[in-house]
Design a protein around this ligand. Sequence first.
Ligand SMILES: [Zn+2]
Length: 235
Amino acid sequence: MILPAVTELLIIQDRDRKLRQLNTELKNAPHERKALEAKLAGTAAALDAAKLRAKEIEVKRKELENSVGSLNERISKYENQKLGTKKNDEYQAFDHQIETLKKEIAGLEDQELALMEAAEAQKVVIAAADKAASETRGMVERQIADLDSKIKAIGGQREEITAERAKLAAGVDEDLLDTYQRLFDKKDALAIAALANEICQGCHVKAQTHIVHAVKSAKDVTHCLNCGRILYLET
Ligand SMILES: [Zn+2]
């Protein structure tokens, strides 16, 4: 048997715990939203970085292309000058310079080829980053929408529970309600604890025999001698 006043307090405690839970969820919502937005920004930044890398590769490749172009111009110039000379040593000198430039061009073209391969590889990286970014965007947008509707629902639930709680509290003795409130605030949202197998479920200490009897008889509000919580017999 449970004292009727304690039964009422148990219902109030249930509502208070629900309110506390809802308030925690409301408090955490901005952090949740920030974390989601950070996730989104992270994948977008990865995509930007991958695209930037592709641009850098292309710029380098163009530079090499221009260098090859100007070396080829110099070769043409030497070829023309070579045609105009009749001296054998000058002729050989031009040939030697042309040969040196051709070697230089070959080296640059090797670098260009490597960059073209890097550009191809970068396309794969960009495609993967793009896919990850759009998947994350879709997921985060859904989660933010869920969060928004949850916050909206919490507003209504809070109002409902608060109104119900006020009605319940109006029927409880004022001093008892004060005691309950103090315990609820101090004892981690558990002011009313069950006594199960003679053990207080709030502090897990065995109750003395006279306390067990008092709780069983349910004639008065009985507190745990160890933690001070109001006890009721678990049925
Ligand atoms: Zn206790």
